[in-house]
Design a protein around this ligand. Structure first.
Ligand code: PLP
Length: 446
């Protein structure tokens, strides 16, 4: 698929292989949910010019009302293909696609469905509310939530077959209470601390947790399905800390078996470990970032080298284009000043939309066929590009990031510009930015 080119509609494949024509999904402001827009063309202009890879038109053509001034286009076919690739890499291990945080900004339900269509057999989320939202949307399959607190709705989770992490006695007791309340055993994955210093039972508490769980299992209140942990430095392939955590994990699992437990799945790997640490794959891997086609080891390999396709493209249409003289200050604090007479283009995306303010004077944007850098400070709703002398008009499309096949930057380029990781770039794209889905069905909009 292409992007950065205004068009009437996309011909896409549904999950069942039938071709349908779908339109941009324009989400109303204020996060009121996504609605597929029937048959109203989402873009106002005609087909792309032959060989037209550069975004932007220069004539100020009229735009049909309702054209989003910015959008995140999500390629569901890329998500399916990425999960297929991860299944291949995982070998005999199953794949749990992690769709927490609204599917890393891609849409939780849409991402989960695409991941299942791509071969994932499990879905993973952080919080219980995320898991319950997936169930409410009718997403089937095995589903694990791992970041739980005593006030969560444990009854609802157990009743809807959500599998739950327990890294402390209180969590096992909460699961037991819920199991009794709803009349069905809770399915638990015991979390062991192996070095990350986040959740999970420390060595001194692990035997006690195992005993509590084993007694509850004998009583029929819980079923211990899994044992799991999480790596601190999987994104530094070859770091000895990874091997130490794998060794700790193995001995914790042995201890669980001695306590009489027979976990069916052991799991330790995030995206980076799935792709670079075969000995940590065990029975199940939990990739998140790679599902969305981004590299978890960007200093070692880009998405293409890992066989991944970035699924999200973030574009916007210029809201203002004007000539200014040399020496003109740009944006709050005048951190940028024009070196000569030039054209300034105003991009209607800001930090409220997830464009990092830390990427002021640094974020890369493809505009008028060339890479430009954010001029001055990123504001709440907008930022400025110094376009030089290239022709540009209000409504021209610019590309902040995408898969890169048209010369646009990647999410990782923004991560570098903002001194962060690409997880944060895509995850923080705000609710004000409508998501548009291609490469899959959007008929069942939530
Ligand atoms: C977020 C998360 C993952 C996925 O991590 P990625 O780096 O995005 O692959 C896996 N497991 C746990 C426990 C997580 O919190």
């Amino acid at each position: 698929m292409t992007f950065g080119i205004p068009r009437e509609a996309e011909s896409v494949e549904t999950g069942h292989g039938a071709a349908v024509t779908t339109m941009a999904d324009v989400r109303p402001p204020a996060g009121s949910g996504r609605t597929a827009v029937g048959h109203t063309p989402a873009a106002s202009t005609g087909p792309a010019p032959a060989g037209g890879s550069a975004p932007g038109r220069h004539s100020g053509e009229p735009h049909r009302p309702g054209t989003p001034h910015a959008q995140a286009r999500i390629d569901l076919a890329a998500i399916r293909a990425n999960v297929g690739r991860l299944c291949e890499v995982a070998g005999s291990a199953e794949v749990m696609a992690v769709v927490k945080a609204d599917g890393y900004g891609h849409g939780m339900v849409e991402a989960a469905r695409a991941a299942l269509a791509g071969g994932a057999t499990w879905i993973g989320v952080a919080g219980m509310r995320e898991a319950l939202a997936l169930r409410a949307a009718g997403v089937p399959g095995r589903l694990l939530a791992w970041l739980l607190t005593p006030g969560d709705d444990w009854n609802a989770a157990v009743a809807s077959g959500v599998e739950l992490s327990a890294g402390a006695d209180w969590a096992v007791r909460a699961a037991i209470r819920a199991a009794h309340a709803v009349g069905r055993p809770a399915r638990l994955h015991l979390e062991v601390e192996t070095g990350l210093g986040r959740g999970g039972a420390c060595p001194g508490d692990w035997p006690g947790l195992l005993d509590t769980a084993a007694r509850a299992e004998a009583a029929g209140s819980v079923h211990v399905v899994g044992v799991w942990s999480h790596l601190a430095r999987a994104d530094e392939p070859g770091h000895p800390g990874c091997d130490r955590q794998v060794a700790h994990f193995r001995s914790a699992v042995a201890r669980a078996r001695r306590a009489g437990l027979t976990p069916e799945v052991l799991h330790l790997s995030n995206s980076a470990a799935t792709l670079t640490l075969p000995e940590a794959r065990f029975d199940l891997v939990r990739p998140g970032l790679a599902v969305y086609g981004l590299s978890p080891v960007p200093d070692r390999a880009g998405p293409a080298e890992l066989g991944l396709q970035p699924a999200m493209s973030l574009t916007a249409r210029l809201a203002s284009v004007k000539r200014v003289p040399a020496g003109h200050g740009v944006s709050y604090g005048h951190r940028y000043r024009t070196a000569r007479e030039t054209t300034l283009g105003l991009v209607p995306l800001g930090y409220a939309d997830g464009v990092p303010r830390h990427a002021s004077q640094a974020g890369p944007v493809l505009a008028a066929g060339r890479r430009h850098t954010v001029a001055g400070t990123v504001c709440m709703d907008q930022f400025v590009l110094d376009l030089g002398d290239v022709p540009a008009a209000p409504g021209d499309e610019v590309v902040l990031f995408g898969p890169g096949d048209r010369g646009e930057p990647g999410a990782q380029d923004w991560a570098r510009a903002a001194h962060t990781i690409s997880h944060e770039i895509v995850t923080r794209i705000g609710a004000r930015v409508p998501r548009t889905y291609t490469g899959g069905t959007v008929s069942g909009a939530r």
